[in-house]
Design a protein around this ligand. Structure first.
Ligand SMILES: [Zn+2]
Length: 236
């Protein structure tokens, strides 16, 4: 397994690399929404999984690409949302569910897990910066973190990200019940959508059943978070 600091360094490199190539949105309502949701999700992740996110400096980019229904997160807390995701996320709760799902992949170290299964030679990768790699290696590394689209996560990893993501979103004060219509909408988006959301995701039916199973625990996080928020509002 790659060490956590190696992963963070790689995540940082990959983030820089991708953002150099893409057009980002840096102001306006959509940008502000992504920042707001990102901050809350990051705080919840820090609260629930402090060990897993040690050394992370969270950043949430909004990439201008209306055809891309996608989002991703990298070790080190570097995350991106594509503008094409926003209409399907539909509201802030939906966006939070997706972003927390991506953050959960990182927390559960799914990219590193994949890397250590031989998809990348972790020792080689750790010794070189992304920019020194040839194109094929770069694609593999980005893919290992779920942003190359070539190497989707496994079904088990997707279920795990759904579950952790649901708890994180709920703890961030977003309604976890929105996950069900959200993943239904996402399931209908299957034409031309990138694999991260589709190829290995559990079938819609399985996924909804699993979400229902996790919902009672998620609601505890949510009720706690909203009670806390109300208490804050009454004291101000
Ligand atoms: Zn996923």
């Amino acid at each position: 397994m790659m060490s956590s600091s190696q992963e963070i360094a790689l995540g940082q490199e990959a983030f820089k690399e991708v953002l150099q190539k893409e057009k980002t949105v840096t102001s306006g309502l959509k940008y502000e929404m992504v920042q707001r949701v990102g901050e809350k999700v990051a705080l919840a992740a820090n609260r629930l999984y402090p060990e897993a996110v040690r050394g992370y400096k969270w950043k949430f980019a909004l990439i201008r690409d209306n055809d891309m229904v996608n989002a991703w997160a990298l070790p080190g807390g570097k995350c991106a949302v594509y503008t094409g995701l926003l209409p399907i996320a539909k509201n802030e709760d939906g966006l939070a569910i997706v972003m927390a799902h991506e953050v959960a992949h990182v927390i559960a170290r799914h990219g590193a897990e994949r890397a250590s299964h031989g998809l990348i030679n972790a020792v080689t990768v750790a010794g070189m910066a992304m920019s020194d790699m040839n194109k094929r290696d770069r694609v593999i590394v980005l893919g290992a973190f779920g942003i190359g689209f070539a190497l989707p996560f496994s079904r088990t990893q997707e279920s795990e990200a759904d579950q952790l993501g649901l708890y994180i979103a709920a703890d961030a004060g977003y309604d976890p019940r929105e996950a069900i219509p959200l993943w239904r909408r996402m399931g209908k988006e299957n034409k031309g959508a990138p694999p991260e959301f589709l190829s290995t995701h559990p079938s819609s039916k399985t996924r909804i059943q699993q979400l229902r199973g996790w919902m009672p625990k998620a609601m505890l996080y949510y009720d706690n978070a909203t009670a806390h928020e109300e208490a804050l509002q009454t004291t101000h």
